[in-house]
Each structure stands twice: as structure tokens, then as C-alpha cells.
Design a protein around this ligand. Structure first.
Ligand SMILES: *Cc1c(COP(=O)(O)O)cnc(C)c1O
Length: 394
């Protein structure tokens, strides 16, 4: 009974915990076991075989025939690698700032002495092709456009394909942060004309954090050969030579994570990519239906992401307390809002090793927390709506 639940002792951790953060995400047992294997040396045929297979299996997720490179870093390292290898100090670049991760592009550009031209996007909105066209008109010196495919902080998606249609007609590179997009929904890097696509291990790839992943288009590779930014570790030409030609990495790789990735990619390809994408769409639909049934609005109502749902917390309710209660008392981790959305947003991640029925757990926990905060709603309405969506989609 709900009344009994509020007497639950918050000091005693719940016996079972659920992770619905938009990263890191749960790791399948098969993948965890793979990573538990004894460490091997990375200058061996055994490691080379796994590295080659893993890089190959990533290609369909990114929609590319280009070389996919693995870096020992979080996703931000791969973002930094893109900037450091494609731009030069004193050059200018345009970046789409529709949330925390868009803002991060600007900070990386600044850190490297590249002039950042910001395209501001209201949180929750998608950037429009017109905004990007306009920025390119105002800043004809811009050498690149940097954006997110999915802006995780607002749970919104941006129209990458449409932006690529603009950049590929010009001498302007399109650099896309696909960290909550690759493995969640279709990315056609080659067909659309994305010049750099980056992702990380701890979102849809069902791994712990620690791997940065990047692929470049032929024209981006050509750009890397011009004098580029200072830096040592993220030298993509060195990594290309090491990974493509020598079948190892330039420096000691995250060996266990790469073994785990090889296994998680097997799980993804066994499910098939279309089914993986459909599952993410279904989970997102279920989460959105639950929000609507609970009388709550989405931050990105027009362009919601398939990997994470951002639900606005009703006015009088403290979203930070709501999220804390869910985590510490119920044992269900979701994420709140950042910066201007602090205390006002609940973000439910449904990415990677998450099944549609898991969404019922997240929504059920949200209902328990809302009830405790005195929010007025029909108990079970969110769960029922999510369940109906799953039934319709299954
Ligand atoms: C998680 C995330 C990042 C940051 O990745 P780290 O692995 O934390 O460095 C960047 N961009 C997006 C869109 C993300 O969701």
C-alpha cells in the first residue's frame, strides 16, 4: 500500500536498485561477465581481433563505412578530439547551444582558441535549418557547425539530416555529438553528410563509462592534415594509423571495455538495429503517454528524444526532492534538470539495456514520489497509460 511505502526507512538502501539515468545506463550481465575476463595484453593478436571486430560492428550504428576509432576517454574526450583535429586556433566555428551539451561545444572551442559563434536555442526546442543558414551568412569564416543529435539535458532532438543538407553544400564541416543518439535512433553519417560523429560507451552501448568513439568523413580527414590545434593524446591520425594499420591503439586502450563493447554490439546486432530503434521509440512513447496521463508536460514537446524523456515538474513541487526520494528511498535513479531547469525537470532515461516493461517501474516510482509530494492525480494513471502504449506497440 502506498501509505505503508511512505514509512519505508530511507536509511536502509532498497534491496534492488534501478538505473534510469540518461547515462550511465544499466550493463547487461553478459557484458559484465565479458569485462570480468582476465586482462590480456593489447599488443597481441587476440586483442587485435577483438578491436577490429568491434570497430567493424560499430559502423552500422553510425551509418558509416569510414574507420571508427576508439579512444580511452568519456564522451567529452571524443568531442574534444573532433575540435582538436578539425579546427585551428584563430579559426571560427558555429555551435548549436540548446542545452548543457551544446554549451559544452562552445567551451571546448574556446579552450582551443577557436572563435565560437553561438546559435542559441530555447531549452527543449530544436534548432531550425534557418537559424543555421543565418549563422553561416553572418559568419562566412566559420569552418564547422557543431551540434547534438540528441540534447540530453533537455531531452530534445535536433534535425541533423536537415542541417547536414546545408553544410555538405559548403566548405563547412558538420560535427555531431551522437552520444545519446548512436544506438538509439538511426544515424546515417555517410548518407546525410555528417563529417564527424562522436559517441561514448555509457549510454546506448550498454557499457560503463570510459570509451569515446569517433568517425570522420573523407573531407574531415583531409582537414586533419592541415596544421591543427595543439594536443598530444587525441591525435586522430596517429590513432587511425594504429587502429587501422597496426590493429591496436596508439596508447594503452580500455581493454576490458573494448571486450565488453564487442559483446554488447553482438547483443545489439542479434536484436537487429531496426528492432533496437523501434524499442527505444516504444519506450519513449510509453514514457510520454505516462506524463500526459499524469497531467504533466514535456520540456521538448515538439521534438522529444527517443532515449530520454524530460518531464516538467508541476509548479509547486520541488523536483530535486522528488528525484532524491525516488533514488534514496525507492531505489530508482532518474535525473533532474540542470542549470535553469534545476528542480523543474525529471529526466527518465530509457536507453540501452532497458526493456519497455522497465518503463512501468520508472513511472510507478515517479507516481509514488508525486503522491508523497501531495500532487493530485489518479493513482496508477501513468502506469496504465504507459502499459497501454506498450500493448499497442507490441
Ligand atoms: C552524456 C553526454 C555527453 C558527455 O559525455 P561524458 O561521457 O560525460 O563525457 C555529451 N553529450 C551528450 C549529448 C551526452 O548525453
Amino acid at each position: 500500500m502506498l501509505e505503508d511505502f511512505s514509512a519505508y526507512n530511507p536509511i536502509v538502501p532498497p534491496i534492488k536498485k534501478y538505473l534510469f539515468a540518461p547515462g550511465p545506463t544499466p550493463v547487461p550481465p553478459e557484458v559484465a561477465l565479458e569485462m570480468a575476463r582476465p586482462i590480456i595484453h593489447h599488443r597481441t593478436p587476440e586483442f587485435s581481433a577483438v578491436l577490429d571486430q568491434t570497430r567493424q560492428k560499430l559502423r552500422p550504428l553510425m551509418g558509416t563505412e569510414q574507420e571508427v576509432l576508439l579512444l580511452a576517454s568519456s564522451g567529452t574526450g571524443a568531442m574534444e578530439a573532433a575540435v582538436a583535429n578539425l579546427l585551428a586556433p584563430g579559426e571560427a566555428a558555429i555551435y548549436v547551444d540548446g542545452g548543457k551539451f551544446g554549451e559544452r561545444w562552445g567551451r571546448i572551442l574556446s579552450a582551443f582558441g577557436v572563435t565560437p559563434h553561438r546559435v542559441p536555442v530555447t531549452w527543449g526546442n530544436a534548432v531550425t535549418p534557418e537559424q543555421v543558414e543565418d549563422a553561416l551568412r553572418r559568419h562566412p569564416d566559420a569552418r564547422a557547425v557543431l551540434m547534438q543529435a540528441s540534447e540530453t539535458s533537455t531531452a530534445a532532438v535536433h534535425p541533423v539530416e536537415q542541417i547536414a543538407a546545408i553544410t555538405r553544400r559548403r566548405d563547412v564541416l558538420l560535427v555531431v555529438d551522437g552520444i545519446t543518439s548512436v544506438g538509439v535512433f538511426e544515424q546515417k553519417m555517410d548518407a546525410w553528410g555528417i563529417d564527424a560523429l562522436v559517441t561514448g560507451s555509457q549510454k546506448a552501448l550498454m557499457l560503463p563509462p570510459g570509451l569515446g568513439i569517433i568517425a570522420l568523413s573523407p573531407r574531415a580527414w583531409a582537414r586533419t592534415r592541415k596544421p591543427h590545434l595543439p594536443g598530444f593524446y587525441f591525435d586522430l591520425n596517429r590513432e587511425l594509423k594504429a587502429q587501422r594499420d597496426d590493429h591496436t591503439t596508439a596508447y594503452t586502450p580500455a581493454i576490458s571495455l573494448i571486450f565488453g563493447l564487442n559483446r554488447s554490439l553482438d547483443l545489439i546486432h542479434a536484436e537487429t538495429l531496426p528492432a533496437v530503434f523501434a524499442r527505444h521509440r516504444l519506450m519513449a512513447r510509453a514514457a510520454r503517454a505516462a506524463a500526459a496521463a499524469l497531467g504533466m508536460n514535456l520540456l521538448a514537446a515538439e521534438n522529444p528524444a527517443p532515449g530520454v524523456t524530460g518531464i516538467l515538474v508541476p509548479e509547486r513541487i520541488d523536483g530535486s526532492r522528488l528525484v532524491r526520494y525516488m533514488r534514496d528511498v525507492i531505489g530508482v535513479t532518474v535525473q533532474g534538470g540542470q542549470d535553469q531547469m534545476k528542480g523543474k525537470l525529471v529526466r527518465i532515461g530509457h536507453m540501452g539495456y532497458v526493456a519497455p516493461l522497465d518503463v512501468l517501474v520508472a513511472v510507478g516510482a515517479l507516481e509514488l514520489a508525486l503522491r508523497r509530494e501531495g500532487y493530485d492525480f489518479h493513482s496508477g494513471a501513468g502506469v496504465a497509460a504507459a502499459q497501454a502504449e506498450i500493448a499497442a506497440g507490441a
